[in-house]
Design a binder for this molecule. Structure first.
Ligand code: UT7
Length: 333
């Protein structure tokens, strides 16, 4: 028997119905479909509309679907980790709200905030609970209602983001499948380039912070781009080298979807052809913690047992990292 590894044994994604196209954005801010497409690769993104709806409502759809398709009872789940930067509330954790809405009663849960790298941080965290031998069923959710923290008068950021949620079930595997290795990094000095100015303890909400539009994503795009391109590619190459993987050994790269140019640069450095790269940024934009699970969800049917898969992300913090996993089931079944 091989050592205990954490394997993804099911995946479900969710995007809200409303589609915000580049054309519609042209009517909201001084931008063009051509600029957005050539600079980012994005054509449209989904937005959660409706009074009183938050990140948990999208996550709940993903988790309910996941439980159904994996024949898992809510009461069997032992831990729920929600990676998000747009929690329903500052506290309690959105993971707990999701669990309550879904009927997960025998679990504990917490949120994890590592910006766009949150899903892979959460996956690695969850994998350690599985590898300990103490936990058998863990749900990791990546979910963000970015539209709740995006300024739709700021053309530099509002064209980029969208809303989505994705959830995976993690279970023990002793046949060599599952998470093989991971490299996670952070550099807090990068916070100046990408953050939300108000709403935290340093600058609590006030009339002034609202008037100054400080409760929205602040991003210095070019600076973030520079770090994203080099760090996401570096960490993806590093995990290949560490595990003696050549480009031909890799079935899929699952990159965080922030910018098509960052994705292409990463794939190029890894020596991978576009056909091996999951790309859906054109349909969803950057959904922060939703990007990687949404890719896995959309490509599930093409994933085969034993496939070598690399997940890679870069985000605010700065945070970045990569995971090498062996896919544990034939998705087409
Ligand atoms: O997911 C987490 C981490 N985030 C990222 O990885 C994002 C990294 N950054 C990026 O993807 C890119 O920097 C952006 C897509 C955000 C911006 O693309 P860019 O090629 O770096 O553009 P830029 O910021 O250098 O702006 C170029 C020009 C500027 O005009 P001037 O100064 O040259 O006259 C901007 O004002 O484009 C202008 N611009 C726009 N024009 C039309 C900025 N946003 C827009 C817009 N439409 N939406």
């Amino acid at each position: 028997m091989d050592k205990i590894r954490a394997a993804i044994t099911g995946i479900q994604g969710y995007v809200p119905d409303y589609v915000l196209t580049n054309k519609e954005l042209e009517t909201m801010v001084d931008t063009t479909d051509e600029w957005i497409t050539t600079r980012t690769g994005i054509k449209e993104r989904h937005i959660l509309k409706g009074e009183g709806l938050g990140t948990s409502d999208m996550a709940v759809e993903a988790v309910k679907g996941l439980l159904k398709k994996t024949n898992t009872k809510a009461e069997e789940v032992e831990l729920v980790i929600c990676a998000t930067v747009s929690p329903d509330m500052v506290y309690p954790a959105t993971a707990n709200i999701i669990s309550d809405k879904v009927g997960i009663k025998n679990a504990f849960g917490f949120d994890l905030n590592a910006a766009c790298s949150g899903f892979i941080y959460a996956l690695v965290t969850a994998s350690k609970y599985i590898e300990s031998g103490l936990f058998k069923k863990i749900i990791v959710v990546g979910a963000d209602k970015m539209s709740s923290i995006v300024d739709y008068t700021d053309r530099q950021t509002c064209v980029i983001f969208g809303d989505a949620a994705g959830a995976v079930l993690l279970e023990p595997d002793t046949n060599g499948h599952g998470i093989q290795d991971a490299i996670l990094r952070s550099d807090g000095s990068g916070r100046v380039h990408l953050h939300q100015k108000a709403g935290g303890s340093v600058r609590p909400a006030s009339f002034e912070t609202v008037a100054n539009r400080e409760h929205f994503v602040y991003q210095e795009g070019q600076a973030v781009f520079k770090f994203a391109v080099s760090n996401m590619a570096d960490v993806s190459v590093e995990i290949m080298e560490k595990n003696n993987l050549k480009a031909e050994d890799i079935a899929w790269l699952v990159p965080h979807q922030a910018n098509l140019r960052i994705i292409d640069a990463t794939a190029r450095r890894m020596g991978l052809a576009r056909e091996k790269v999951m790309i859906n940024i054109q349909k969803y934009g950057n959904t922060t913690n939703g990007t990687i699970p949404m890719c896995l969800y959309e490509w599930e049917n093409q994933l085969k047992k034993g496939d070598n898969v690399i997940l890679a992300a870069f985000g605010g913090g700065f945070t970045w990292g990569s995971i090498y996993l062996k896919w544990a089931y034939d998705g087409a079944k």
